[in-house]
Design a protein around this ligand. Structure first.
Ligand SMILES: [Zn+2]
Length: 353
């Protein structure tokens, strides 16, 4: 009888202990996590802070039976969150903001941010309809991000603060210090392209900083605004993680810009036939600072050599229901960050600069 009682007691104790562990691991995270959701050549980058606050930068495409909203919701489940606290749209192209209405129907979104109201877009004849759907989702209450805007984020006890700052928006950039600043030597051979009048150039550019870790997401920013962010003065500094601009297209990823921000790791959210341009892959590989390039998809229209090695690619086929994630986990105290390919478990850990 005594043995039976003891057994019962220990089962209850183990149950209580594991419950409290689960509760603790959810409320007291120790890492900042970034999830690359495969939205087939669109963008959807989910960030969860150590305090459990969530930021989603872009929401993929609309349609395909709500495919991208469902994939984002699945990633949220993996991340252990049930709402998006801050939904940021970098610009008004369908592969970035088109998915917002479906997502807002599927999960709770607390706040919306974008680069401000627009009445028309030359490059999108269906803009009025899409923008109306977006405004219905935000109830017209989106917050306008300007160069220098910050989004206030909670700090978890025992961890450094998380800072999220807008460096550029609506083709305007932050002010430089202009005090005894030596001009950036990378600008000597920099080139310019004809000005881009599309909304890509108006992309919101975000710098996320957590305990010395710097992550840059430029949306679909194009060449000449990239140039202005680093020439004559590098207004960004050196970064750890770079979300390859514009899905890896070669009208973005200005070489002077890449050589100035010196990313240690790059993650490209290309599709099977979108982005991942051989030029952009080459420019990234030529960077002395770059340790690894990871890809959300293999570009099936280019050669194997023009892609990252297969183990660094999350999705190999044209489209699949599994839509594997690429995950990044930042340990500020250890001063490391780890990137994991969810398809094969391949992972690499890097030192924070
Ligand atoms: Zn895009």
């Amino acid at each position: 009888m005594k043995i039976l009682l003891l057994l019962c007691l220990s089962v209850v104790l183990i149950g209580v202990a594991s419950l409290s562990f689960a509760k603790q691991s959810r409320s007291e995270r120790r890492t900042l996590d970034i999830y690359y959701v495969d939205v087939e050549g669109g963008a959807a980058t989910l960030i969860v802070t150590p305090a459990g606050e969530s930021i989603l930068v872009d929401a993929g495409w609309p349609g395909f039976d709500g495919r991208d909203a469902k994939r984002i919701a699945k990633a949220m489940k993996v991340a252990g969150i049930d709402a998006i606290d801050h939904m940021i749209v970098t610009h008004y192209h369908t592969d970035h903001y088109g998915g917002v209405p479906e997502l807002a129907k599927l999960v709770k979104v607390n706040r919306f941010y974008d680069h401000g109201p627009m009445s028309a877009l030359d490059e999108d004849k269906d803009f009025a309809t899409k923008y109306a759907a977006y405004q219905a989702a935000t109830r017209g209450k989106s917050i306008t991000l300007k160069p220098g805007s910050t989004i206030k984020l909670k700090r978890a006890s025992g961890t450094p603060p998380v800072e999220l700052r807008c460096l550029a928006a609506r083709a305007d950039i932050i002010f430089g210090k202009h005090e005894n600043v030596a001009s950036n030597p990378e600008c000597l051979e920099a080139t310019l392209k004809p000005d881009d009048k599309s909304d890509n150039a108006r992309s919101v550019v975000l710098l996320l900083r957590y305990g010395g870790f710097d992550f840059l997401d430029t949306g679909d920013l194009t060449w000449n605004i990239e140039h202005r962010l680093v020439c004559p003065e590098n207004l960004i500094g050196e970064i750890d993680l770079y979300q390859v601009a514009h899905h890896g297209m070669n009208i973005s990823n200005n070489q002077a810009f890449l050589r100035s921000v010196k990313p240690a790791v790059a993650i490209m959210n290309n599709g099977a036939r979108k982005g991942g341009h051989p030029d952009a892959v080459k420019w990234l590989r030529e960077l002395p600072s770059l340790k690894d390039l990871w890809q959300v998809h293999r570009n099936i229209a280019t050669t194997r050599e023009q892609n990252a090695p297969e183990e660094f690619i999350a999705n190999l086929d044209q489209e699949n229901d599994e839509a594997h994630l690429i995950r990044v986990s930042v340990e500020a105290v250890k001063r490391t960050f780890t990137v994991v390919n969810d398809r094969n478990g391949k992972s690499n850990t890097y030192q924070i600069k």
